[in-house]
Write a protein that binds this ligand. Sequence first.
Ligand code: UD1
Length: 429
Amino acid sequence: MDRIRIVGGNELNGTIPISGAKNAALPLMIASLLTNETLSLENVPHLADVEQLTRILGNHGVDYSVNGRREEQASIYARTVNFTAGNIVDTTAPYELVSKMRASFWVIGPLLARMGEARVSLPGGCAIGTRPVDLFIDGLKALGAEIEIEQGYVLARAPKGLVGNRYVFPKVSVGATHVLMMAASLAKGETVLENAAREPEVVNLADCLNAMGAKISGAGTPRIVIEGVASLSGATHRVIPDRIETGTYAMAVAMAGGDVLLEGARPDLLETALEVISRTGAEITPVNSGIRVRRNGSGILPVDVVTEPFPGFPTDLQAQFMGLMTMAKGQSKITETIFENRFMHVQELARLGARITLSGQTAIVDGVSQLKGAPVMATDLRASVSLVIAGLAAEGETIVNRVYHLDRGFERLEEKLSGCGATVERLSS
Ligand code: UD1
């Protein structure tokens, strides 16, 4: 299993290209199930999760091709990938595939809407809480689906098609918003989703669906209105830049010091996080080509954060921010409100000398003047990159084990960081 070796202490200086967003690419790929024409997605990141979903979609009958390149040459940035679901050959998403990636559960929406049935395994995914699927089930039932749970599978049927309705999410869910938006696009009549997720990835999906002929308004607000259409067509659509990758590298600079251009980043996708990072003492400047992040020799200031649905501080940056706060000049409080078990990185950060105490859903971080390198274990996608951030500033060598978590969500991490002067390398085994 590959490991990442980091020798801390170097400033970061240079340019880091920001990749297309994993969390936007995945639902966009799934949207290809809604039409028998080709959906061309530009700026698709080369990540393990994208490859895995491509395999899952292939199982349903989706063909894919990478523009003008053979697959083995495709590990370049900003690929255009074409997905064509000419014929859906299977409406079952089996446990072996869905358990590897939670987002693949989302195929339930398009399969049901287009084929009138779907049989999708209950998901597995990151070990960051129980992550139930009740909102998907209630929402699809509101659109007229009949749903049963049988032997670990969700069986959804709508032989006469889905019918538009009003559904109020009892809790904000990104995935359930994606799924209901896709399903309602092919339902009869109007659907109104209230208390919908407002994440930029929801807007990116709505824009794509509209380019395919859907009639969606209000994405990015809590109230989304979808006028169902009889069929959708192919389209060409661009994946937005990854706001989580952007925030992660901004925090890496805030931690290690230096001056880095995050090329292609869009500040409007992460205003709250950028504001928090600037309060830690880093200088954040939006420029034409992206975002410039600088921190000179002055110390890191402690800042309290609470994770919230967009536009609040994202849960997907919580672990990284904790990494940054481990060397702040004073105490900070980090409260997680989205997932109940998203503090696995605390134990590992402690191995580097961090002082963190947990009190319910809040981590109290007492900044130390210096972390010390150590072997650590990646436990989930975002947690693992918090260890990289800490390792960049720790004295000596940090080895991050189980980096397959990193490969799920960060494209060429070691190359991007070492290109800016960090000592980061992959040890293959
Ligand atoms: C997406 C992101 C993930 C991010 C999360 C929150 C992708 C591929 N993943 O995950 O990186 O951390 O949004 O921003 O885009 N919930 C229920 N019932 C449900 C569905 C969700 O109770 O039926 C709960 C979850 O357990 C969680 C909360 O709602 O506590 C938010 O989860 P949700 O927004 O659905 O996260 P995902 O879409 O899975």
